[in-house]
Design a protein around this ligand. Structure first.
Ligand code: A3P
Length: 289
């Protein structure tokens, strides 16, 4: 019964409770030193958030265990049954704040642009996103019932899932990078060479950290460490809409898991759809490593 239907926010499918909270989100007052973490769902948001909190605390893992990740990096447009909304949480967070959002670029509250905030976007290849999103629908029961994997794949390709079209999302933020302070990262690169990606982040922030500190950050934010860290793995989530026995939040954390799920025919159809929807873009994704 806690599964929600999706409404439409300016044409983007979204949880009805989030849409109810929208006026507060739209009017959100960003601060110039806010750092926005932006992603399409299931693209490594939690991973990047943990990395950012570790960077902000100079590699002090104990400080990053002070609270659950969804409290350390509040979710801007979040509004659920009870408890504070994302905006209310953020209003009570001292600067410098880390802010998480999944909003498509055209819906970002304008104050982020007015205050010229730094933004880090992380994208992940759509085949792994759709598989991860499917399992997330099973376990996080605020989502509509995903149906079969085949049905969910159709809905994903049609953009009929929360936050809408993956294509529009990744392309919209990619284009915005031309004119705004956006560091655009890829999950696949982070998997392959996390040290190099953390260095990119530090350069973007204009921050220097010792090699030992970077080492501590990489250790603390590895899949294995995060999976057993109650402040990172969502298992302590106070609201009970996640059932980790169906599928853990930190599920596999690999690139290419889609190969264990797509049929040959589904893959061919997906590839064709991908070509059509990415045509004319210089944005490219690694589907395997
Ligand atoms: P899988 O379902 O493919 O395992 P988000 O945080 O945006 O919801 O993304 C969740 C996905 O990121 C899940 O993917 C999760 O396992 C993966 N993930 C989380 N932490 C990770 C880490 N430290 N390293 C690699 N993948 C991670």
């Amino acid at each position: 019964a806690i599964r929600q239907g999706l409404g439409s926010l300016h044409g983007i499918p979204l949880f009805k409770s989030f849409i109810e909270g929208w006026p507060q989100v739209k009017a959100f007052q960003a601060r110039p030193d806010d750092l926005l973490i932006s992603t399409y769902p299931k693209s490594g948001t939690t991973w990047l958030s943990e990395i950012m909190d570790m960077i902000y605390h100079n590699g002090n893992a104990e400080k990053c265990r002070r609270d659950a990740i969804y409290n350390r990096v509040p979710f801007l447009e979040m509004k659920v049954f009870k408890g504070p909304s994302g905006v209310e949480q953020l209003e009570n967070t001292p600067s410098p704040r880390l802010v998480k959002t999944h909003l498509p670029v055209q819906l970002l509250p304008t104050s982020f642009w007015e205050k010229d905030c730094k933004i880090i976007y992380m994208a992940r290849n759509p085949k792994d996103v759709v598989i991860s999103y499917y399992y997330f629908h099973l376990m996080a029961k605020v989502h509509p019932d995903p149906g079969t994997m085949a049905e969910f794949l159709e809905n994903f390709m049609a953009g009929k899932v929360a936050y809408g079209s993956w294509y529009d999302h990744v392309r919209g933020w990619w284009e915005k990078k031309q004119e705004k302070k956006i560091l655009y990262l890829f999950y696949e690169d982070m998997k392959k060479d996390p040290r190099q990606e953390v260095q990119k982040i530090l350069q973007f922030l204009g921050k220097e950290l010792s090699e030992e500190t970077v080492e501590r950050i990489l250790h603390h934010t590895s899949f294995q460490e995060m999976k057993k860290n109650p402040a990172a793995n969502y298992e302590t989530m106070a609201f009970t809409f996640m059932d980790h026995s169906l599928s853990p939040f930190l599920r596999k954390g690999i690139t290419g898991d889609w190969k264990n799920h797509f049929t040959v025919a589904q893959n061919e159809r997906f590839d064709q759809h991908y070509q059509e929807h990415m045509a004319g873009s210089d944005l490219h994704f690694q589907m395997e490593v």
